[in-house]
Design a protein around this ligand. Structure first.
Ligand code: BJW
Ligand code: ZN
Length: 258
């Protein structure tokens, strides 16, 4: 049984890294970007999640984010988010040694054992209790001033004013990464490092279309990791991963915990 093979892989790995996408939050009731239900007022993510869209119509873009923030606020982490917490806790607690960390590795032994890399901005991994978490695409609850650069946490939903403004009067933008923008450099570097060090790399609920995040699975594979995909559908990585488990993350993940 393939689930049992994956469970054995996880049980014997010193270092595990995981990449998640919108599909892991689907069973919390949060729509994914692509595929059925992924559209908002007939706009695609590619129409709205860009600096150009925001420059043209900040109100429209903020209305989309305000709608999503409302959905996320009323959602709860699901069994898949919780299973990843359990995997991390078990991995940190176990006594297996991480073999020969390179001299330049400044991460703690706990961080070497388990890294969760997410493309999601919904904060559900934090709310579930994940610890060593790298958010590649930012955080929907952070707002950044386009004039003075100040960042703040804003959790009111719906927002009292659209578009929101900074205390300096400047227009605020969501603290997320849009198409054509660079990912936070240090977070991406840590994610790439975790991918190249992992013995097992899980790719969960992502269409694996958006780079550089989608490239992490290939980096892990090239560096020798066993790569396991969990997704309800096929993706561009399906044909070369070591195991592709077809189904909902909230059902499959609890079944493969060591
Ligand atoms: C389930 C499930 C269940 C469902 N269980 N599974 C041409 C022009 C400009 C840029 C580019 C270009 N060509 C390439 C680029 C680079 C570009 C890119 O990759 N584009 C591709 C689309 C072609 N990337 C970037 O621009 C990135 N930056 C960058 O590269 O900087 C360098 C650079 C600078 C200047 C120019 C060019 C390069 C930045 C990417 C930022 C992505 N931002 C977003 C929005 C974040 C904020 C927000 O949330 O609003 O990130 S877009 C959106 O896509 C979001 C997601 O994180 C990301 C990935 O989506 P994800 O998570 O995979 O979701 P879906 O919906 O696609 O898939 C869900 C999956 O779940 C599906 O497979 C389902 O089957 C599955 N599923 N239910 C398990 N229950
Ligand atoms: Zn400001």
């Amino acid at each position: 049984m393939r689930h049992a093979n994956v469970r054995d892989l996880l049980a014997s790995a010193s270092r595990i890294a995981v990449l998640t996408g919108a599909g892991i939050s689907a069973e919390s009731g949060i729509p994914t970007f692509r595929g059925a239900g992924g559209l908002w007022r007939s706009f695609k993510a590619e129409d709205l999640a860009t600096p150009g869209a925001f420059a043209r119509d900040p109100k429209l873009v903020w209305e989309w984010y305000d709608w999503r923030r409302g959905q996320i606020a009323s959602a709860q982490p699901n069994a898949a988010h919780r299973a990843l917490v359990e995997l991390e806790v078990g991995q940190v607690a176990n006594l297996r040694r991480v073999a020969n960390p390179p001299a330049e590795d400044s991460t703690s032994p706990d961080q070497q054992r388990f890294t969760l890399i997410t493309q999601n901005v919904d904060g559900l991994h934090n709310r579930a209790g994940s610890r060593n978490l790298l958010k590649l695409h930012g955080d929907i609850w952070i707002q950044r001033c386009t004039a003075c650069g100040a960042e703040r946490n804003e959790t009111h939903t719906p927002l009292p004013e659209i578009p929101p403004r900074c205390s300096c009067g400047g227009l605020e933008r969501p603290g997320v990464v849009w198409f054509g923008e660079n990912l936070p450099e240090e977070i991406l570097a840590r994610a790439q490092y975790a991918a190249t060090q992992a013995e097992v790399f899980l790719v969960i609920g992502t269409s694996a279309l958006v780079y550089p995040a989608a490239g992490l699975a290939g980096m892990a594979k090239s560096a020798g990791a066993k790569v396991v995909e969990i997704n309800v559908a096929e993706t561009p990585v399906t044909n070369w991963v070591d195991y592709s488990l077809r189904g909902a993350a909230a059902e499959i993940l609890p079944q493969i915990l060591p």
